[in-house]
Design a protein around this ligand. Structure first.
Ligand SMILES: CC(C)(COP(=O)(O)OP(=O)(O)OC[C@H]1O[C@@H](n2cnc3c(N)ncnc32)[C@H](O)[C@@H]1OP(=O)(O)O)[C@@H](O)C(=O)NCCC(=O)NCCS
Length: 199
């Protein structure tokens, strides 16, 4: 018998698939073939990947896109491709994902973001994330969300705080996919509950 992990809200089979969300400046949508090249460029940019173990090769990005699309099919939600309305251009992703590693806070749904360097600092990540939070709580009926990043990733932590997430120091953890002693290994955990408060 398949037992659905707690904390993931309604069963995926009962959930409607939302193909697209719209914010003031962004369309968050399922991925298109034309997103591949710009996403390869984003993942090859050392400024964007500063808090990840390495930049990604084009093949690694292709695999990441395949995993993202598969995730939508499995869970009915995922990391949406973010399109800037004014430029009609793909600029990265904002969305939800179920982490695949073991951690004390699992099972959980993570909210995450990655944008092209040229579009940082305009509040776009927070704007997209705010709409994703509403979708997660109101449509998907998820009880809560987590977000995590390397301790030193202040920009991402600001996005978490700007959307109302609260740091849960007791949940901070060493990322199991990074070796002991790796400078990015320590991660901070932020939480957001559907009923408002972070804790
Ligand atoms: C994290 C990321 C999505 C933020 O995108 P963004 O659109 O610039 O985010 P916003 O404009 O909504 O917010 C950025 C916040 O960081 C702050 N910030 C900018 N530079 C900063 C710095 N050097 N140190 C600390 N905070 C900084 C901004 O002031 C802003 O906070 P504020 O609104 O309180 O002023 C973007 O930097 C990115 O793609 N980074 C690489 C990928 C990544 O690390 N993703 C998260 C992994 S978990």
């Amino acid at each position: 018998m398949h037992v659905r992990p707690q904390g993931l809200g309604r069963s995926a089979t009962l959930r409607p698939m939302t193909e697209k969300l719209t914010t003031e400046r962004l369309i968050l949508r399922r991925w298109r073939e034309t997103d591949r090249e710009p996403f390869q460029a984003i993942n090859a940019d050392p400024r964007v990947m500063e808090f990840f173990p390495a930049v990604l090769t084009p093949r690694e990005t292709d695999k990441a896109i395949a995993r993202i699309e598969q995730h939508f099919e499995t869970h009915s939600f995922g990391l949406y491709a973010a399109e800037l309305i004014e430029a009609r251009a793909f600029i990265g992703f904002v969305g939800l994902s179920v982490p695949t590693f073991e951690a004390p806070f699992m099972p959980a749904v993570e909210i995450g973001w990655r944008l092209a360097f040229a579009h940082w600092g305009r509040g776009l990540a927070a704007e997209g994330a705010q709409t994703v939070v509403r979708h997660a709580f109101e449509t998907l009926e998820l009880p809560d969300l987590v977000s995590f990043t390397s301790t030193a990733n202040s920009r991402s932590r600001r996005v978490m705080e700007n959307i109302g997430m609260v740091h849960d120091p007791a949940g901070d953890f060493d990322h199991p996919r990074l070796p002991e002693g790796h400078p990015l290994r320590r991660h901070v955990l932020y939480r957001l509950h559907s009923h408002g408060e972070g804790k």
